[in-house]
Design a protein around this ligand. Structure first.
Ligand code: KIV
Ligand code: ZN
Length: 514
């Protein structure tokens, strides 16, 4: 019998801790639906006690997701655990994930607790969590810098209390594959009741070794759960990239010998959705999901691939969900064809009114652009989702004029809480002028951290996708705007970012305070 490996996705929790990647409740729900389509085993939906917003998002995800287990993070204290349990109440299958730091550095400097106090708190927390569920994960935070004897003591007690998954956290990405793999193995060998729990790996990418460490934890250590995020999103240098570990395990099944439940054809659509929602653009040469991951430029390689694909390809693009820019719809396509394509793409709309709204956007686009690709449909749905809520600003129209060697001038019309505003400004180039025009009316004072343009499909007729990252008073947000005109896409992205930045949300980033 082939062993099964559990894929635990933490894009919505650890991934969201990337500066600027915080997501709204609706965005989290869209991602959770897609993660379920990808067939991840566990979705860590958030950190219920970190904010009311996160609590509500977990609660909504718990009631919607049916196939994957839904999990909430909780510090090792009764308030956090009770909050997690409350948020997860409606789930088909749920898990509470509690953690406390075990390294001398974290215990002394961060927690200001003695090791025995940490041990006691961990024990009481798991005991408390058992009142709500028998699916409990425990993470010794900063495990890779913890004392092995102490770790063994803690983990034995925690498993006796009923923890069913033990997650060996390489919190600061300090691990090296061989050593990290040995750590998991030693823990499994030395903790007397280790066979009563599933062992899990959780690696950060500070030294670029998160994927290698996770795989070593599996192969050398015998772990049977990997914690990961789509596109490797996460604090600092990020987490183990889901797409990379999954495809490594699948492509090298001869070596790892493990079975996975993942539907790999959903990898690229999931990656695109997350990139679009968070505004974290995927680098072109990123393994599996980068735009160039399957592109062959050199003549020798192209020749080889044309003769036999496996000369230079170890995976097939279509197996990870790359679609070859297929024209799917056009100007004459009707509402039914559009609706059917939404279904085929796995996009669930909440109401017929939403389908109608998306369809009229599709029609408007089809009037300007002859060929509509799946990527265009995804962009329509994303921009639809961005303007669905009670947003403060909505883009209406813009005009701009520029001349080589001279200033550009722009006029932007948008609404601010339903009232029409017109901003006009000059700038060094059209994008600068358009953003100045908006800023002349909003006066947000936000700092501009990032501006990036990307083509959604190939060819000059492609829609442009603009990502904008703004910061103000310690808060960082990302937003995306799409349009056939990249200057209009810039205005949309800027207004969407202002909507996020100026919204009255309590949450910045759910940082883990002691
Ligand atoms: O990196 C870490 O230690 C974590 C824990 C909460 C598992 O994310
Ligand atoms: Zn982490």
């Amino acid at each position: 019998m082939v062993d099964q490996l559990i894929i635990f996705d933490t894009t919505l929790r650890d991934g969201e801790q990337s500066p600027g990647a915080s997501m709204t409740r609706d965005e989290k729900i869209r991602i959770a639906r897609q993660l379920e389509r990808l067939r991840v085993d566990v979705i860590e939906a958030g950190f219920a006690a970190s904010s009311n917003g996160d609590f509500e998002a977990i609660k909504a995800i718990a009631s919607i997701v049916k196939e994957s287990t839904v999990c909430s993070l909780a510090r090792a204290n009764e308030r956090d655990i009770a909050r997690a349990a409350e948020a997860l109440k409606g789930a088909n299958s749920s898990r509470i994930h509690t953690f406390i730091a075990t390294s001398p550095l974290h215990m002394e400097k961060k927690l200001r607790m003695m090791p025995d106090q940490v041990l006691e708190q961990a024990k009481l927390s798991v005991r408390f969590a058992r009142q709500f569920t028998d699916n409990i994960e425990f993470s010794p935070e900063d495990a890779s810098r913890s004392d092995i004897d102490f770790l063994c003591r803690v983990l034995e007690i925690i498993i006796n209390e009923g923890a069913t998954t033990i997650n060996v956290a390489d919190t600061v990405g300090y691990g090296v594959p061989e050593l990290y793999g040995q750590l998991v193995r030693t823990l499994r060998e030395r903790v007397p009741n280790s066979d009563k729990a599933i062992w899990s790996v959780h690696c950060h990418n500070d030294l670029g070794m998160a994927v290698a460490n996770s795989l070593a934890g599996v192969r050398l250590g015998g772990a049977r759960q990997i914690e990961c995020t789509v596109n490797g999103l996460g604090e600092r240098a990020g987490n183990t990239a889901l797409e990379e570990v999954v495809m490594a395990l699948k492509t090298r099944k001869d070596y790892f010998g493990l079975a996975l439940g993942i539907d790999t054809t959903q990898i690229v659509p999931t990656s695109k959705l997350i990139s679009q929602i968070t505004g974290f653009v995927v680098q072109p040469n990123k393994a599996v999901v980068g735009a160039n991951a399957f592109a062959h430029a050199s003549g020798i390689h192209q020749d080889g691939v044309l003769k036999a694909r496996d000369t230079y390809e170890i995976m097939r693009a279509e197996d990870v969900g790359w679609m070859a820019n297929k024209i799917v719809l056009g100007k004459l396509s009707g509402r039914n064809a559009f609706k059917q394509r939404l279904q085929e793409l796995g996009i669930a709309m909440d109401s017929e009114a939403e389908v109608n709204e998306a369809f009229s956007r599709f029609k408007a686009l089809a009037d300007q652009k002859v060929e509509i690709y799946d990527e265009d449909i995804l962009a329509i749905v994303s921009s639809e989702a961005q303007v669905k809520g009670d947003e403060r600003f909505y883009f209406v129209s813009m005009s701009q004029r520029s001349e080589t060697g001279g200033h550009s001038h722009a006029r932007v019309v948008f609404t601010d809480q339903g009232n029409e505003c017109v901003g006009e400004s000059r700038g060094n180039g059209s994008v600068h002028a358009v953003l100045n025009a908006i800023e002349s009316r909003v006066e947000s004072g936000a700092e501009f951290l990032l501006y990036a343009v990307n083509a959604i499909t190939t060819g000059t007729e492609s829609q442009g996708e603009v990502t904008v990252r703004l910061s103000k008073a310690g808060r960082i947000v990302n937003a995306v705007g799409t349009d056939l005109d990249i200057v209009a896409a810039s205005a949309k992205a800027y207004l969407a970012a202002l909507n996020k930045l100026l919204a009255k949300t309590e949450k910045l980033n759910p940082q883990l305070t002691p």
